[in-house]
Design a protein around this ligand. Structure first.
Ligand code: ZN
Length: 259
């Protein structure tokens, strides 16, 4: 067994792209392993939550997500974007590119550039391997043996999937969040959206911080203060440009009317 693990480690170690400008990190959980973990977290999510039963809205959100996925720095996974029918102001990404957004958040937004900003932020967590890095920190190399030992029919070992799901619920570090904001602003702009859409979302959060509705508590407690995100986001937009890019308000309004 030991020999097998060493073999696995040697062939799994690699520096992979984890952000814009040729940023790389040391990741030893391979993409197929990550996708396997993510797929099972996504299966659990869909067993517990109700997906929105409106194909037009689902396709629209997925199309916006795919536009951003095409220009992001990670194209070795197939991204999916699905709407959960729940009055909660939140969105999250599972490892491997399975992204979810709640109807409560969709109802809070008022143009497509804002939606693009939210989805680009979630894609960025996947590009930067934020949850995978946390799994690596918790388990070390033993995670490879656990994945390898998992029954092929059942995929990755159950406790890894549970821990991955818990990490998503807990939220990421402030640094991870700022990183996802920064990449997301760039990706949204590169997909042709006004990057200021993301700032508009932060401004909405900022208004909620004073008197947060219960549906938003999770999101606000796990994310850095909105004022700081606005400040950093504005300076990033100043650097990369895109202020004249469209918001696509009409397109979004016709979809929103179907919620
Ligand atoms: Zn985030």
């Amino acid at each position: 067994m030991r020999k097998f693990i060493v073999f696995l480690i040697l062939f799994s170690i690699s520096c992979v792209t984890t952000g814009p400008g040729g940023k790389t990190d040391f990741i030893f959980i391979s993409t197929p392993e990550e996708v396997e973990i993510g797929k099972q977290v996504a299966t659990d999510v869909e067993a517990e939550e109700k997906l929105l039963r409106n194909a037009t809205v689902q396709n629209y959100v997925n199309d916006v997500g795919q536009k951003i996925a095409r220009v992001c720095d990670r194209t070795d996974v197939e991204y999916t974007f699905k709407v959960i029918d729940k009055d909660e102001i939140n969105a999250f990404a599972c490892p491997g590119g399975f992204v979810y957004i709640y109807t409560g958040l969709l109802e809070t937004l008022d143009n497509e550039a804002q939606l693009a900003g939210v989805l680009a932020h979630e894609i960025s967590h996947v590009v930067a391997r934020h949850s995978i890095k946390k799994l690596q920190n918790i388990y070390g190399y033993s995670i490879l043996a656990q994945i390898a030992l998992g029954d092929k029919a059942e995929g990755a070992a159950g406790d890894i999937v549970n821990v991955a799901a818990m990490l998503i619920l807990q939220g990421y570090s402030r640094d991870n969040e700022f990183e996802a904001d920064r990449y997301g602003i760039l990706y949204a702009r590169n997909a042709g959206y006004n990057p200021h859409g993301m700032i508009q979302v932060f401004e909405k959060f900022e208004k909620m911080e004073g008197n947060p509705p219960p549906a938003v508590l999770g999101l606000l407690s796990s994310h850095p203060p909105a004022a700081e995100r606005i400040r950093k986001g504005e300076s990033e937009i100043g650097r990369i440009g895109g202020k004249g890019f469209p918001y696509h308000e009409d397109r979004y309004k016709s979809i929103k009317s179907q919620l």
